[in-house]
Design a protein around this ligand. Structure first.
Ligand SMILES: [Zn+2]
Length: 259
């Protein structure tokens, strides 16, 4: 659930003004280890073996790639109402669909809700932060406009070294969030989607310390004043969205792995 003001501004407005996404290649990865073969001359006298050097109990593990899927609204907060459809059901349906696709591709997924439950914005941010998410998608739906709208926090970017307040923690991650948005945008465009990019203020997003993007889907063929060509709950449409997002998140994972 997002705070009422944010929900109103986020779900009922068409946001224009595309932002240029800055792509940053993450410097990550471990140097490969190597084994060096050594030849030794036969010893004339037995040489006592040197004491074994202490070995680390475990090798340092590569950071786990975890995606957090945040199905917006839920419980008492239905979100937008589109005829007989409630936004909270549409966001959960897409979250479940995307979770399955990502899990099938070996990506660890944490969700903020798996049922029609109320989850306050602070809790959503806590879940993403606790999971050390490498990407978080807050999923919304709207009847306004067409295609897909993606938003990054409107907080100004801030030096990650500075300690940020809870309500503005995302400011240290805005640059990475824009990079994530850019990668997702490419995947969605490749899938033939109509994408609009913007910035927004969402209390849950603003408290996340990870690359975070709010993803809002509208009917695919909806034009102003015309009946939408595709319903928001159309299984084929939801599958198309989930496939494009999964492709984008896989590309994001591949980018993060680059040295
Ligand atoms: Zn919403």
């Amino acid at each position: 659930m997002l705070d009422r003001l944010a929900i109103r501004s986020f779900c009922n407005q068409v946001v224009s003004g595309a932002v240029a996404a800055a792509f940053i290649v993450a410097a990550a990865g471990l140097k490969p280890g190597c084994l060096i073969a050594q030849e030794t001359a036969p010893a004339q006298q037995p040489i006592p073996a040197p004491p074994a050097a202490p070995r680390p109990a475990t090798l340092p593990a590569a950071p786990r790639f975890v995606v957090v899927l945040d199905a917006a609204h839920g419980g008492d907060d239905g979100g937008g109402k589109f005829g007989s459809l409630l936004e909270k059901d549409l966001t959960l349906a897409l979250s479940v669909r995307l979770r399955s696709l990502l899990a099938a591709r070996g990506i660890a997924v944490v969700t903020t809700r798996e049922s029609d439950a109320s989850v306050v914005p602070e809790r959503r941010a806590e879940i993403a932060n606790h999971a050390a998410a490498r990407a978080c998608l807050s999923i919304h739906a709207t009847q306004t406009g067409s295609g897909v709208h993606m938003f990054v926090s409107s907080l100004p970017p801030q030096d990650p070294a500075r300690i940020a307040a809870w309500k503005t923690a995302q400011s240290a991650w805005v640059t990475r969030s824009l990079a994530l948005e850019g990668v997702l945008n490419s995947a969605l465009l490749q899938a033939g989607m109509n994408v609009t990019l913007g910035r927004t203020a969402l209390s849950s997003l603003d408290s996340m310390v990870c690359p975070a993007v709010a993803f809002e889907f509208a009917p695919a063929g909806g034009q102003k004043g015309e009946k939408p060509a595709t319903s928001l709950d159309d299984p084929a449409y939801q599958a198309q969205l989930a496939e494009a997002l999964a492709a984008g998140l896989l590309a994001w994972q591949a980018e993060a792995r680059q040295p």
